[in-house]
Design a protein around this ligand. Structure first.
Ligand SMILES: [Zn+2]
Length: 190
C-alpha cells in the first residue's frame, strides 16, 4: 500500500465512524467522493472534484458533491481554506504534514510555501491549552505579478498627474503657461 492509499483507508474508517455516530447513511457516493478528494494533491475546488469523479467514472450530481464536501468538512476530513477567492477551496487533511501557503490578496493566487524552517516551527508549536487538529499557516500579501501591475499603475498615475498639472503646479506658473501656450506644449512633450 502506498502512503496515499494508507491515508485513504484511514480516512474511510474515520468517515464510517462519523456516519455511525451521527446516524447517517453510509452511501457509496460519500466514500467515492472522499476517495476522490484524497487522490487530489493540494487544494481543489468543487469543479476540480467533479472532474476527479468523472475520471473515476463515478457520476454524482453537483448538489450531492456540495452536500458531501460540507459533511466531510464537518467530519474534520477536509478543510475549507479561508481564502477570499470566488470559488471555495478545499484540501485533504494529513496532520502528519504541516502546511503553509502564501495568498495574494489582489488576485487570490495561492502558492504552497516550501520552507523547512517554517514547517519545523509549525510542527514544534505545542500550545498548552489548545488541542491542535491541523497545522496550517497562511501568509497574506501581494504576488510578484500584482506587484509589477501596481508599479506600472503608479507610474501611469504619476505620468497622468504630471501631464494634468502645469509645470511647477503653482497658479503663477499656470498663468505664465497660459500666456505662453507654446512653452507649455513643449514641457508636456518632454
Ligand atoms: Zn497577485
Amino acid at each position: 500500500m502506498t502512503e496515499r492509499e494508507t491515508l485513504q483507508a484511514h480516512v474511510a474508517e474515520e468517515l464510517r465512524a462519523f456516519l455511525t455516530a451521527n446516524q447517517m447513511r453510509q452511501t457509496r457516493e460519500r466514500f467515492a467522493i472522499l476517495r476522490a478528494a484524497y487522490a487530489i494533491d493540494g487544494t481543489f475546488t468543487i469543479d476540480d472534484l467533479q472532474t476527479a469523479m468523472q475520471t473515476m467514472r463515478f457520476h454524482v450530481s453537483t448538489a450531492t458533491l456540495y452536500q458531501t464536501v460540507q459533511l466531510l468538512v464537518q467530519a474534520n476530513l477536509l478543510i475549507r481554506h479561508p481564502f477570499s477567492s470566488s470559488a471555495a477551496m478545499f484540501e485533504s487533511i494529513d496532520d502528519t504534514k504541516p502546511r503553509s501557503y502564501q495568498v495574494c490578496t489582489m488576485c487570490n493566487a495561492i502558492t504552497h510555501i516550501k520552507s523547512k524552517m517554517l514547517a519545523t516551527s509549525i510542527e514544534a508549536y505545542k500550545p498548552r491549552s489548545f488541542a491542535v487538529t491541523q497545522r496550517i499557516a497562511y501568509i497574506y500579501g501581494t504576488c510578484a505579478k500584482c506587484q509589477r501591475k501596481q508599479r506600472k499603475m503608479r507610474q501611469q498615475q504619476a505620468a497622468q498627474a504630471a501631464a494634468a498639472l502645469p509645470p511647477g503646479g503653482t497658479n503663477a506658473n499656470a498663468a505664465a503657461a497660459k500666456a505662453k501656450p507654446s512653452a507649455n506644449k513643449s514641457t508636456n512633450n518632454k
